[in-house]
Write a protein that binds this ligand. Sequence first.
Ligand code: PRP
Ligand code: URA
Length: 209
Amino acid sequence: MGNVHVLDHPLIQHKLTYIRDKNTGTKEFRELVDEVAMLMAFEITRNLPLREEKIETPVMEMNAKVLAGKKIGLIPILRAGLGMVDGMLKLIPAARVGHVGLYRDPETLEPVEYYIKLPSDISERELIVIDPMLATGGSANDAIHSLKKRGAKHIRLMCLIGAPEGVERIREAHPDVDIYLAALDEKLDEKAYIIPGLGDAGDRLYGTR
Ligand code: PRP
Ligand code: URA
């Protein structure tokens, strides 16, 4: 089974509180999501492998550490996942970005895929699927299936808020995928919204309704 990591850094938790607050307007919401995505990127990259490279400081030669290993691919699930991309790119500027367009049908709750465009070398990259919300898990499950079908081998999932239902679904369907959350909430309501959650992530990011 994949592991579930709740990133409990105080700055992430503090900012998440304002993201959740219904009185936080679109501009501030977007800025906070960007900041939390950057902080989560810092935590999620904590174990990236390093190698040594010889450099010269102004004083002497030394063996200094640089990143080694697989290159990273960020895969936002449209639309709300887009709100987390720039924050992550601030820390991982060389990452390639692939897009998966999905929306959750409000009646059936089934994901409907409408777009996919990926870097050509996804099988060699460490992919991070990004979406603020992991509710039923239908959207993330579908996105991960799409990536695997196209050759992806190393996938992690990063969301702001997860519901236990979505976490279980991903762990069962994709035991190889580790999940990173800023919070694991209580449950889903009758419309499959996360409780207490933050409402509709896409609408709050883009000011739609
Ligand atoms: C939201 C969210 C996830 C999905 C989560 O997107 O950003 O992609 O719902 O729900 P699930 O886990 O039950 O699938 P939405 O369908 O509202 O589309 P949008 O980002 O285009 O607004
Ligand atoms: N999608 C959202 O944007 N919010 C939820 O709570 C559930 C699905």
